[in-house]
Design a protein around this ligand. Sequence first.
Ligand code: FAD
Length: 339
Amino acid sequence: MMKSVRVVVVGAGVIGFSTAVCISEALPFCAVTLMADKFSPDTTSDGAAGILFAAQFPDIPLQRQRRWFKDSFDHLLAIAQSQCAPEAGVMLSSGWQIFKEIPAVETPFWSEFVIGFRPMTDVELKRFPDHKFGQAFTTLKCECSTYLLWLEKRFRKAGGQVEQRKVNSLQELSNSFDIIVNCSGLGSKILVGDTQVYPVRGQVLKVEAPWVQHFIRDGDGKTYIYPGIRSVTIGGTRQEGDWRLQVDGGDTKGILERCSRLEPSLNKAKILSEWVGLRPSRKNPRVEREVVQLQGRPVPVVHNYGHGGWGVTLAWGTALDTLGLVKQSLHEMASQAKL
Ligand code: FAD
């Protein structure tokens, strides 16, 4: 098929690859290139625990957030329940989210999309004497260091091209592409001059503890234990505005202490690795389109970045929205061409 529209997706994290797959599979007449300076295993997405649930963003209609969550959950659930699951790095994961104080919202907006959501019983809570309230449910865990490679294969199969390159400005792309899709995460601070994006530093450890089978997350988001396919991820930290990528010994000690309080058997676990990532945070993720004058020509730019601590959870849902925005840009281009 003749590929007549040239689309570039900037970013090779879970947002960039999900978006590139959605566009290349749905719009076969588009020649899609994914461009990034860092690829797996060196993106933020690679180290994410990849567990699916979310916090509510203040200014995005709840209906839209519900759709993002549901679309992502259904997409990954279908993978988890297929023979692709090991190759894609997606698994079902059951466990508890526990709270020291009863939370303002006891039933979050995503509770109807996960499986078997219910308040924990008093007997279950006895294990966590510092906590008063808890939610039990089954969700999904998507391990991006595996999932990104699987998405890349899917993208190439749909005809996508991949290029390793740092993009210094959108101008650089305007001669070679008709539509620019920006999935550069924290990179958007410089690439599109967005002063609203900021890092929230997160440190995690991977430990060997195959006997730990249920996730446990403190509702404050700072302490969590997530069993995965080959290891258990324990964390964490949420340090706003902190750009340090080095592992901090004090953070490691704090993580081990806090997690062992929730799951004392972790005292016996062997540490396999330590990792730091910077969540690309923003008050609200930016999933919208604009037309930018580049080298004297109007170029449609579709943004999809700023997912903070929920990028794995929302990747497929926001990628589908981005696909919709690319389609709108195509319609506009077609009607302008007719004028
Ligand atoms: P990234 O993965 O950072 O990718 C950005 C891409 O853009 C990279 O390829 C980069 O090279 C490229 N780029 C940037 N600027 C340029 C440029 N100028 N030129 C070329 N390329 C450029 N989320 C969940 O949903 N569940 C979790 O359990 C979870 N746990 C987490 C735990 C930790 C410790 C951390 C740090 C994060 C966690 N997250 C979790 C959040 C999740 O990791 C992020 O939301 C997600 O990875 C963001 O994906 P992204 O593709 O936007 O960014």
